[in-house]
Ligand binder design. Structure first.
Ligand code: ATP
Length: 747
C-alpha cells in the first residue's frame, strides 16, 4: 500500500483540518449528497497538480478555498491546503530517499500556488516528474470523477489513445520523447548557429592562415637572416679587428720612420742652410790670399833689397879691398858718376812697385848722397866713403832683416790661417755634399714612406668606413631581425678573411632583407595570436558541432527507440487490455465481444490540432490536413444476444458497464498505486453491483482503491469507511465509521 493519508485544510467544504487515513486496500467514502465527498476526490487531483480549475468545479484557484458557511458558518479561509502522504518504503518514488513522501499543494486567495515536497517548496514541474515516475499521471486516468465513468467511451479516438497511453505508463516515454525532440530541435538550432558561426569564421580563418603562412615564411626568412647576419657580423667584426690591428701594426714603423726622416731632413737642411755662410769664409780666404800675396811681395822686395844691399855691401867691400889694393897698387880707382846715375835711373825705373817707394826713396837718397860725396871725394875718401856706405848698408840690412823676419812671421801666420781656413772650407764642402745627398735620399724615402702611410691611411679610412657600415648594419639588423641577429661569438682563431665570401654573404643578406620586407607580414605575433584564437574557436566549434551531431544522432536514436518502445508497449498493452477487457466484458454481460482497435484518424484535422506527440515525430513534409492521421483507439463492442454494434447503441447502464470493464481492464494491465472511483457504480443494478464488487476486490489486489459510493454492495467491500457529513455551517465533517453505520450515513 502506497497511499497513507489525505489531509485537507480550508479546501472547499473542508474548513477545518480533516484527515483520511487509508489503512485498508479499499477505502469507502460515504455520505449524503452535497456533503463534500467529491471534494475529497478533487483534493487528490488538486494535490497531484491539476491545472484545470474547471475540472475541479471552480472558476479560479480561489474557489478551492473554504469560503465560509451559512448563517452559523465560520469565516472563510485564506488558503486551501491539501496534503497526500505516501509510503515510500518500497520506493514508489525511487528518486526520494525517505520512507515517507508528502506532496502538498496550497492555493492562496491571490490564486498563487505552492507545491511542497516533504515540506520543501518545489516547482509544479518537479511534482509532475515525480508522479509520472510513480505512474500517477496528471491526466487522472486512475481518478474517475463523478459522472466521468464513461468518459473513456465518449472521448475521441485520439483522446482515448492518450488516456490509454497514460494508463499504460507510456506518457513517461512520450514525455521523454517530447523532451528528446525538443532537445533535438535545440540541438539542430545550435548546430545551425554553430555552422553559421563557423561559416562566419571560415573566410577570416582562411585569411589569417594566409597571414600566418606569411608570418611563418617571414619568420623562416628572419631565422635565415639572423643566421646570415651572425655569420656575416662575426666575420666582419673579425675582419675589422684584424684589419685595424694590421694597419696599426704596419703604419707604426713608417710613421716612426717618417718622424725620423723629418728630423733627419731638418738636420740636413740646417746643414745646408748653415753652408750658406761659406761665402764669408770664401771672402776671408780671398782676403787671406791677398794678404799672403802682399806679404810675399813685401818679403820678396825685402829679399831683393837685402840681396842688393848685400851686393852693394860686397861691392863696397870689394871697393874697399880694391881701393886698398889700389891704394896699395893703384891707390885710386875711378867711379863713373854716369854709371851711378844709370843705377839711380834704373832704381827710379822701378816705380811700379809702389810700396817699396819709401824704401827706395831712402836707398835712392843714400845713393844720391853717395854720389854727391863721391863726386867730391877722391880715392882715399872712397874707402871711407865705402866703409861708411857699408856701415850704412849694414844698418839698412839689419833693419831689412828685422823687417824680413817680421814679414816672414806674418807670412807664415797668414799661411797657417789660410791653410786652416782652406781646410775648414774643404771639410765644410764635404759635409754639405753629404747633407745634400741626405736631403735627396730623405725626400725620396719620405715619398716612399708617405706612399706606404698614405696607402695604409687610405686602408684605415676604408676600414673605418667598413666599421661604420658594420655598426649601421648591426643597428638595422637589430631592428629587422631582433637582437639575436647581433649576438654572436667573436672569432678567436686566426684565419684568412675571405672578402669574396663575405661579399656573397652580404648579397645574400640584402636579398633576404628584400624578401623579408616584401613578405608584408607585419604584426606577426598579433596575427599568430589571432589565428591561434580563431583556430581554437573554430576547432572548438567543430568539436561542438561533432558533439551536437553525436547528440543529435543519440537523440534520434533515442526518439526512434522511444517510438519503437511506445509502439511496442502500446500495441502490447492494447493486446493485454483487450484480453482483460474481454474478460471483464464477459463477466459483466455474460458474453459478447469488446475490444479496442487501433485506427487511423480519418477526419480532416485542423492545423491547430497538431499538438499530438505523434505529429512531432511524423514526417514534417506530411500535410497536416491529409487524411492519414495518427493512430487512435476505437472501441468495438458486441453485446451478447443483441445485434446492435457500436457504442452509440448502448443503454446508459450498458455504457456504464462497458466503461467499467474497460477501466478495470486498463487498471489490471498496468495497475496504478491507487484508484479513485467517484460513484462509478451509480448506474448499476443489484446484480451488476455484485459483479462490480467482485471486480473491485480483484482490482484491489494491485491498486489501493478509494471508492466514493452510495452503493451498499460497494460499501461492503471496503476495509475502512469514512462518513462525510455537512452541518449547518456548510463545512464537511469526516468520521470513521463501521459498515453498519455507513449505510445509514450514506442516506
Ligand atoms: P453528491 O453525493 O451529491 O455527489 P458530494 O458529497 O459529492 O455530493 P460535493 O460535491 O463533494 O458533495 O460537495 C459539494 C459541496 O461543497 C457543496 O455544498 C458546496 O457548497 C460545497 N463547497 C464547494 N466549494 C466550497 C467552498 N469553496 N467553500 C465552501 N463550501 C464549498
Amino acid at each position: 500500500m502506497y497511499l497513507k493519508s489525505l489531509e485537507l485544510s480550508g479546501f472547499k467544504s473542508f474548513a477545518k483540518k480533516s484527515t483520511l487515513h487509508f489503512t485498508s486496500r479499499i477505502t469507502g467514502i460515504v455520505g449524503p449528497n452535497g456533503s463534500g465527498k467529491s471534494n475529497t476526490a478533487e483534493a487528490f487531483r488538486f494535490v497531484l497538480g491539476e491545472q484545470s480549475i474547471k475540472s475541479l468545479r471552480g472558476k479560479r484557484g480561489e474557489d478551492m478555498i473554504w469560503n465560509g458557511g451559512g448563517e452559523a458558518g465560520s469565516g472563510r479561509a485564506n488558503r486551501a491546503n491539501a496534503k497526500l502522504v505516501f509510503d515510500n518504503t518500497h520506493k514508489l518514488f525511487p528518486t526520494i530517499d525517505f520512507d515517507e513522501v508528502t506532496i502538498e499543494r496550497v492555493v492562496h486567495r491571490d490564486n498563487s500556488n505552492e507545491y511542497l515536497l516533504n515540506g520543501s517548496q518545489v516547482r509544479l514541474k518537479d511534482i509532475i516528474e515525480l508522479l509520472a515516475g510513480a505512474h500517477i499521471g496528471a491526466t487522472g486516468h486512475h481518478i474517475i470523477s463523478q459522472g466521468e465513468a464513461d468518459r473513456i467511451l465518449s472521448a475521441s479516438i485520439r483522446e482515448r489513445r492518450e488516456m490509454i497511453e497514460d494508463a499504460l505508463g507510456l506518457k513517461m516515454y512520450q514525455w521523454k520523447k517530447l523532451e528528446s525532440i525538443r532537445k533535438l530541435e535545440r540541438t539542430e538550432q545550435n548546430m545551425k548557429e554553430v555552422e553559421s558561426l563557423r561559416r562566419e569564421i571560415t573566410p577570416h580563418l582562411r585569411f589569417l592562415k594566409k597571414q600566418v603562412e606569411k608570418v611563418e615564411k617571414a619568420e623562416e626568412l628572419r631565422r635565415e637572416l639572423i643566421a646570415l647576419y651572425k655569420e656575416y657580423f662575426r666575420e666582419e667584426e673579425y675582419f675589422i679587428r684584424i684589419e685595424k690591428e694590421r694597419i696599426a701594426r704596419e703604419i707604426a714603423g713608417p710613421r716612426k720612420e717618417l718622424a725620423e726622416l723629418e728630423l733627419a731632413l731638418e738636420k740636413a737642411k740646417t746643414i745646408l742652410t748653415d753652408s750658406k755662410n761659406k761665402d764669408t769664409k770664401s771672402d776671408s780666404i780671398i782676403a787671406l790670399e791677398e794678404k799672403l800675396a802682399r806679404t810675399r811681395i813685401e818679403k820678396d822686395t825685402i829679399m831683393r833689397e837685402l840681396g842688393r844691399l848685400e851686393g852693394e855691401m860686397h861691392a863696397n867691400a870689394r871697393v874697399i879691398e880694391k881701393e886698398k889694393e889700389k891704394q896699395k897698387r893703384d891707390e885710386f880707382k875711378t867711379v863713373y858718376v854716369k854709371d851711378l846715375e844709370e843705377v839711380v835711373q834704373s832704381i827710379e825705373s822701378l816705380r811700379s812697385i809702389e810700396d817699396a817707394r819709401t824704401l827706395f826713396t831712402e836707398v835712392l837718397s843714400t845713393l844720391k848722397g853717395f854720389i854727391a860725396r863721391h863726386r867730391s871725394a877722391t880715392d882715399s875718401a872712397l874707402i871711407a866713403e865705402a866703409e861708411q856706405e857699408i856701415a850704412s848698408l849694414s844698418r839698412n840690412r839689419n833693419e831689412l832683416e828685422a823687417k824680413l823676419k817680421g814679414i816672414s812671421d806674418t807670412e807664415s801666420a797668414v799661411t797657417k790661417e789660410y791653410n786652416d781656413l782652406k781646410g775648414a772650407i774643404e771639410k765644410e764642402k764635404d759635409t754639405n755634399r753629404e747633407a745634400e745627398k741626405d736631403v735627396f735620399r730623405i725626400i725620396a724615402r719620405q715619398n716612399e714612406v708617405r706612399t706606404i702611410v698614405a696607402k695604409l691611411t687610405q686602408e684605415s679610412g676604408i676600414c673605418m668606413h667598413i666599421e661604420a657600415e658594420f655598426k649601421r648594419e648591426a643597428g638595422e639588423a637589430g631592428m629587422m631581425a631582433g637582437r639575436d641577429a647581433v649576438t654572436y661569438e667573436k672569432i678567436s682563431d686566426a684565419h684568412h678573411s675571405d672578402r669574396v665570401a663575405q661579399e656573397e654573404r652580404h648579397r645574400k643578406i640584402e636579398r633576404n632583407k628584400i624578401r623579408l620586407e616584401d613578405s608584408g607580414a607585419a604584426g606577426g605575433s598579433e596575427v599568430l595570436k589571432e589565428y591561434k584564437e580563431t583556430e581554437e574557436r573554430d576547432a572548438f566549434l567543430a568539436r561542438e558541432l561533432l558533439d551536437l551531431e553525436k547528440a543529435k544522432t543519440e537523440l534520434l536514436t533515442l526518439v526512434t527507440e522511444l517510438d519503437a518502445r511506445i509502439d511496442f508497449e502500446f500495441k502490447n498493452g492494447i493486446l493485454k487490455i483487450n484480453t482483460e477487457f474481454q474478460k471483464y466484458f464477459n463477466l459483466m454481460f455474460g458474453g459478447g465481444r469488446a475490444e479496442l482497435v487501433v485506427v487511423k484518424e480519418t477526419k480532416r484535422r485542423k492545423k491547430s490540432d497538431v499538438e499530438d506527440l505523434g505529429d512531432l515525430i511524423s514526417d514534417p513534409n506530411e500535410d497536416a490536413s491529409e487524411e492519414s492521421g495518427p493512430e487512435g483507439l476505437d472501441v468495438n463492442v458486441n453485446l451478447p444476444r443483441k445485434k446492435v454494434k457500436g457504442l452509440m447503441m448502448l443503454s446508459g447502464g450498458e455504457r456504464a458497464l462497458t466503461s467499467i470493464a474497460l477501466l478495470f481492464a486498463i487498471s489490471q494491465v498496468n495497475p496504478p498505486p491507487f484508484i479513485i472511483l467517484d460513484e462509478t457504480d451509480a448506474a448499476l443494478d443489484e446484480a451488476n453491483s455484485k459483479k462490480y464488487g467482485d471486480m473491485i476486490e480483484n482490482l484491489s489486489k494491485h491498486s489501493q482503491l478509494i471508492l466514493i459510493t452510495h452503493n451498499r454492495e460497494t460499501m461492503s467491500r471496503a476495509g475502512v469507511l469514512y462518513g462525510v457529513t455537512m452541518g449547518g455551517d456548510g463545512a464537511s465533517r469526516l468520521l470513521s465509521i463501521a459498515f453498519e453505520e455507513a449505510v445509514a450515513v450514506a442516506k
